[in-house]
Write a protein that binds this ligand. Structure first.
Ligand SMILES: Cc1ncc(COP(=O)(O)O)c(C=O)c1O
Length: 488
């Protein structure tokens, strides 16, 4: 690595864009850097720590923890990546009939079968057609392929929308607290103001309209022009799934207040409780009779989450409705500056939104893979939730969806003082000690925002199911020892 400080260089930490300095992303922050260092130490010198492996519970990156890709999706991708395979005699013995059929269909839609070529800035039209079909099947309301912009995951789509909405620090974006730090980071990078609204932990991370109103008024009184409301459903880091009634209230609120609704729906396939269902905000607003003229809505979807979990393929899309033609042209222009999103991600997004159907030969095995992953995630979530709730001074809401638990720890004064002396926040102090003692990596609640004076951490439900008992016993033993050391 280059030297860390050199006064002769034109760029220093003192003259880079201050917005870059301001931006934070705890999911890959200090605790993770420490974990990676420890992992190297364990490799070079096994026995250098009290555990033999690091257990990463910090990031929603399913395949890195052993979740297997869906066979059909990968078969189609492989064939699209190397189309000459389709001309080989042995192909039928190697790939399923449905994958061969789908890949051939997709390749026909790509001029010259050239998956290495740039596509239309919004993504290949026929893949957007397939996504629009999938949205229609999901919502029972039509979707227009021209409203869809394929992106390298949901993150660049969020940045693009923030760029569109934020001109100065007087432009505010209402964001949940706790929130996924993509939002705070993106607002900081674009120089806007994050207007926080607090989710109510006592009611299972409920979203109260009275809280939205209060925070909106407070922002307005400070001269902030609030442009949009971010809703993450199912929630990250909080794992709640909104009720239909609550979603209707949110849609109404956005219409009344003239706010763009930014619906982060990347966890739409991750629902673990029978009494909750995912409803897209598009479906909710259309079923309320709201059309293009009533509400401006951007829905984000990704191939990174769900049972597919293909984070590294970088695929996703945003569906933009209720925007005027001239604004859409500007969005198209900015998307064009990036030329197009990667083609494998585009293909995968079309597969995720248009998976095998009843009647396809592969349907049963596809369902078995999908349901196996989702039911295992549900069991892991339940097991971890019960473990957290059995700990002294810890309470944890249910993970109804998404991939995380966000337990609250009532830390003793003595621990808070010790954190102060260590010049860190109490939740970071706890997470660092947990890592040092057990090798379990979680993210301090302060990276997501939390009510002042409360302390949390985020733990993913992604470690392989056979490792969950180990995660639970390491956490439990550590917590008991920590409380014995710091109890007031
Ligand atoms: C709520 C939420 N939105 C967006 C993203 C970004 O996902 P990607 O850029 O991989 O699509 C994540 C990733 O963890 C997330 O949790």
């Amino acid at each position: 690595m280059a030297s860390t400080s050199n006064d002769s260089l034109p760029i220093s930490i003192h003259n880079i864009n201050p917005k870059v300095l301001e931006c934070e992303y705890a999911v890959r922050g200090e605790i993770v850097a420490l974990a990676q260092r420890m992992e190297k130490e364990l490799l070079i010198n096994p026995g250098s720590h009290a555990f033999d492996e690091i257990l990463y519970c910090n990031i929603g990156n399913p395949h890195s923890l052993g979740q297997q890709p869906i066979t059909f999706f990968r078969e189609v991708l492989a064939l699209c990546e190397h189309p000459s395979l389709l001309e080989r005699n042995e192909i039928k013995g190697l790939f399923s009939e449905d994958a061969i059929k789908r890949a051939s269909q997709i390749l026909k839609q790509i001029p010259g079968k050239a998956t290495g070529a740039y596509s239309h800035s919004q993504g290949i039209k026929e893949l957007r057609d397939a996504i629009a079909e999938g949205i229609k099947a999901r919502d029972d309301f039509p979707a227009d392929p021209n409203d869809i912009f394929l992106t390298n995951g949901a993150s660049p789509a969020v940045h693009l929308v923030m760029q569109l909405l934020i001109s100065t620090e007087k432009d505010g974006i209402l964001c949940p607290i706790p929130q996924y730090p993509l939002y705070s980071a993106s607002i900081a990078l674009h120089g806007g103001t994050l207007v926080p609204y607090y989710l109510d932990e006592a009611s299972g991370w409920g979203l109260e309209i009275s809280e939205l109103k209060k925070q909106l008024e407070s922002a307005k009184s400070k001269g902030i022009s609030v442009r949009a409301l971010v809703v993450i459903n199912p929630g990250n880091p909080t794992g709640q799934v909104l009720t239909k009634e609550n979603q209707e209230q949110i849609v109404k609120f956005c219409k009344q207040e003239g706010l763009v609704l930014l619906a982060d729906e990347v966890y739409q396939a991750n629902i673990y409780v029978p009494d909750k269902k995912f409803h897209s905000f598009k479906k909710i607003s259309r079923s309320m009779g709201y059309g293009e003229k009533d509400i401006s809505l951007v829905s984000f979807q990704s191939v990174s989450k769900g049972y597919y979990g293909e984070c590294g393929k970088r695929g996703g899309y945003m569906e933009i409705t209720g925007f005027s033609a001239d604004v859409r042209e500007q969005i198209y222009k900015v998307a064009s500056v990036n030329l197009c999103s990667n083609i494998s991600g585009q293909i995968l997004a079309s597969l995720v939104m248009n998976p095998p159907k009843v009647g396809d030969h592969i349907y049963e095995s596809y369902c078995a893979e999908r349901d196996g992953i989702l039911s295992s995630l549900a069991r892991r979530a339940k097991r971890l939730e019960a473990a957290f709730n059995s700990l002294e001074n810890v309470t944890c809401n249910k993970a109804e969806g998404a991939m995380y638990l966000f337990p609250c720890i009532k830390l003793p004064e003595k621990a808070i003082k010790a954190a102060e002396e260590a010049d860190t926040t109490p939740d970071t102090f706890y997470c660092r000690q947990l890592l040092n003692a057990t090798g379990v990596v979680v993210v301090p609640g302060s990276g997501f925002g939390q009510v002042a004076g409360t302390w949390h951490f985020r733990c993913t439900v992604l470690p392989p199911e056979n490792k969950i008992p180990d995660v639970v016993s390491r956490l439990t033993d550590f917590h008991k020892a920590f409380m014995n050391e710091y109890r007031d």
